[in-house]
Design a protein around this ligand. Structure first.
Ligand code: GRG
Length: 300
């Protein structure tokens, strides 16, 4: 196992532990009660699964600046809550209608649709509760910046807007740049936030934050291209979810415009751009460079 895979695994364990704490069955101060079925569905959605790539990106970009580890963990946990909520809602019959996620029944299959909607809502709101907590950063202005940036990345002009454009494109036959913009919103915005958040937490300079933004944008796009490729090349057991869905639904993707070969080449170019951007950090960026390569070579 190389250093990147080791760190990815370590960070996944740490974030999983924190997720289990924030999703405890007993209510915390300020709450009235935590309904058992809701908590079981939230834990089904958020525990025991996933690569935890976004949490790793928060932790690793923060490490570049010696940011406080428990602050980074709070941000990573909040972000993973948002990511898990998006998967639960995306799997619903009204959206992608999937039975399998991370190799397990989707939340609406394991529970029911109303519970899955509420589980997503619960994870979404919990994320902002976590970010606003004093333990996330001792500077209130930094907490507000993180809240505002995550709201924009996850919300109307980010992931939610991207999902809307994916379900209901504004033109009959979206061209390459419209698809790329939709995917930058739907998938890219959260990945970019993950890379910027570590820098914000570690009080990086404008130049350093800019380098992280470019890195985040490039790997976000490469991630989506790799996802398109896996959708046509991987097996269901490899991915832990259904495959070939884009084609079955007649959905336009960057891959359907470019073809498999050019999509692969474009993904590699984006990885080079990402690595170039973080080269200002010298050897400290080694794990981010390895992460960028992993994003396009991953098998699930
Ligand atoms: C419902 C508001 C709303 C948004 C849904 C994230 C999303 C938007 C849809 C998921 C559909 C999908 C498969 C998108 C491709 C990119 C993506 C987010 C893949 C899943 O992320 P991974 O591979 O998953 O990081 P794990 O399970 O490893 O966490």
């Amino acid at each position: 196992m190389n250093l990147f895979h080791h760190q990815l695994k370590q960070d996944a364990i740490t974030v999983e532990t924190r997720l289990a704490e924030v999703l405890s069955l007993t209510n915390i101060s300020g709450e009235i009660c935590r309904p058992k079925k809701l908590m079981m569905s939230l834990r089904h959605a958020a525990l025991n699964g996933g690569k935890r790539l976004r949490p790793f990106l928060v932790m690793q970009t923060g490490r570049l600046f010696g940011a406080n580890q428990s602050n980074l963990l709070q941000i990573a946990t909040a972000l993973e809550c948002i990511h898990c909520y998006s998967l639960v809602h995306d799997d619903l019959p009204a959206m992608d209608d999937d039975d399998l996620r991370r190799g397990k029944p989707t939340v609406h299959k394991a529970f029911d649709e109303a519970t899955a909607i509420l589980a997503g809502d619960g994870l979404l709101t919990l994320a902002f509760d976590i970010l606003s907590d004093n333990s996330t950063h001792n500077n209130p202005q930094t907490r507000i910046t993180l809240i505002s940036k995550l709201a924009k990345a996850a919300g109307i002009g980010g992931m939610v807007g991207g999902q809307m454009l994916d379900l209901y494109p504004e033109s009959k036959s979206p061209d390459f740049s419209e698809i790329a913009r939709m995917q930058a919103m739907k998938t890219g915005a959260l990945i970019k936030f993950a890379c910027e958040a570590g820098g914000i937490c570690g009080e990086a300079s404008i130049t350093e934050l800019n380098a992280l933004s470019i890195y985040g944008q490039a790997i976000g796009q490469a991630f989506q291209l790799a996802d398109d490729i896996l959708d046509v090349t991987a097996t269901e057991s490899q991915l832990g979810k259904g495959t070939g869905k884009d084609d079955k639904q007649g959905k336009q993707t960057q891959l359907s415009s470019l073809g498999l070969k050019v999509t692969g080449e474009m993904a590699k170019d984006l990885v080079s751009q990402a690595c170039e951007s973080v080269s200002i950090f010298g050897e400290r960026s080694d794990l981010l460079v390895q992460a960028a390569h992993f994003i396009v070579s991953r098998e699930n």
